[in-house]
Write a new protein. Structure first.
Length: 219
């Protein structure tokens, strides 16, 4: 019997009861291991210097600042790290700021308490983990793009193909198998897509490309 691949998570949550609850949800999942659970931005940055987690699970409102600065530091240190925001803040400003900083998913705490482990695995597989209440802010954000930006599609044919599979919910490994390339090649395409569309997450890339007319989800 083949054992499941293990993924390592770092948790940043200042409220002790919530931290203990979320920690337990990570520890109980057979595919996850918790490398550390910290309460402040400074502790999280120090932990990132000691560990290289596959995913950062981060709150935003913290005693010593905004979790967004930890997200940016995590992405600076480890460009391929995934980030899942778990917070009580569901307003547009917090959502957009977190996604622009590089968050891959965004869950409100009431949802995360029930399904954190599976949500983490979804993000690690390249799938979406976004609370329904948050989706409307994404649509509003990316419907506001200027028409001039949509004049010319900067994506290559292969990048457009990769993004279409991402939009359909396929993981990096699954897309690599479909296109008969390595998962690292898919990650290279994703980084190029982010750079060209000036975004920092899969959700942003899909919404941006769709609203600019570069991606037709009906195909």
């Amino acid at each position: 019997m083949q054992l499941p691949k293990l993924h390592y998570a770092l948790l940043l949550e200042d409220e002790k009861p919530a931290r203990e609850h979320l920690s337990a949800a990570i520890k109980i999942h057979p595919e996850l291991r918790l490398v550390d659970a910290v309460a402040t931005c400074q502790e999280a940055i120090e932990a990132l210097g000691k560990h290289q987690p596959d995913i950062l699970v981060s709150d935003l409102g913290l005693p010593d600042g905004n979790g967004v600065k930890v997200i940016r530091e995590a992405r600076r240190l480890y460009p391929d790290i995934e980030v899942l925001v778990v917070t009580m803040y569901g307003d547009e400003a917090h959502v957009v700021e977190a996604l622009e900083a590089g968050a891959s998913g965004y869950l409100l705490k009431r949802q995360a308490f029930e399904e954190l482990g599976d949500a983490i695995i979804s993000v690690l597989r390249g799938e979406s983990a976004i609370s329904p209440e948050v989706a409307r802010y994404l649509l509003k954000r990316f419907n506001a793009v200027s028409e001039s930006k949509a004049d010319e599609n900067p994506l290559t044919e292969r990048e457009s193909e990769v993004l279409k599979w991402i939009a359909k919910g396929y993981s990096y490994d699954e897309i690599a198998g479909i296109l008969e390339v390595s998962a690292n090649t898919i990650r290279t395409h994703i980084r190029s897509i982010y750079r060209k569309l000036e975004v920092s997450s899969r959700s942003e890339a899909v919404f941006e490309a769709t609203n600019l007319g570069f991606l037709d989800l009906k195909d």
